[in-house]
Design a protein around this ligand. Structure first.
Ligand code: ADP
Ligand code: MG
Length: 164
């Protein structure tokens, strides 16, 4: 990955194609563990879903299905029975609306990992400890992606991301 700058608690990467962003996602996906919460923040078209797909791939997803239980949530499943939720809060107007996607249920399930797009819309539901990924549109084809860890769990995580 080009232009990696690691400083205290964050890693910044500039990707020059969707494939590069997906690669970064795959590196992140290989590191995630049950109980992790990964927030994907950024404007429409910033590359959140592209990154999420890479994360799912790196994690080892064999199948992606629309959640049978939750609206606006996809479930990635793995051969070993592991589960990765991918929630999109874009259409939620406020935190109260988050009830409708049972976000609290998903977040309290410590046997699975959660990816969430538009996390700022449901901030009150999010745990203090989380990985916060900010995707910024730089120019056509180019995105700046800052990965920030909140909580001790993510210190080692960031170190691994910066080495990957
Ligand atoms: P979001 O979920 O943030 O709305 P998407 O991942 O759905 O964004 O879409 C990102 C769009 O930007 C895609 O059409 C993708 O091809 C394009 N794109 C161009 N350059 C990049 C890049 N470096 N990283 C990610 N996406 C990129
Ligand atoms: Mg999206």
């Amino acid at each position: 990955m080009p232009e990696i700058e690691a400083d205290t608690g964050s890693v910044e990467v500039v990707t020059d194609s969707p494939e590069r962003t997906q690669q970064l996602g795959e590196n992140i996906g290989r590191l995630i563990q049950p109980g992790d919460v990964i927030c994907l923040s950024g404007e429409l078209g910033a590359g959140k879903t592209t990154l999420a797909k890479g994360i799912g791939h790196g994690w080892g997803a064999v199948e992606v299905v629309t959640s049978p239980t939750f609206v606006f949530v996809n479930e990635y499943t793995r051969a070993d029975g592991g589960r990765l939720y991918h929630a999109d809060a874009y259409r939620l107007k406020d935190a109260a609306d988050a009830e409708s996607i049972a976000l609290a249920d998903i977040l309290s399930d410590m046997t699975s990992t959660v990816l969430i797009e538009w996390p700022e819309r449901v901030k009150t539901y999010l745990p203090e400890a989380r990985l916060w990924v900010e995707l910024m549109w730089e120019s056509e084809g180019v995105r700046r992606i800052r990965v920030q860890g909140v909580g001790a769990r993510y210190d080692s995580f960031l170190e691994a991301v910066s080495k990957a």
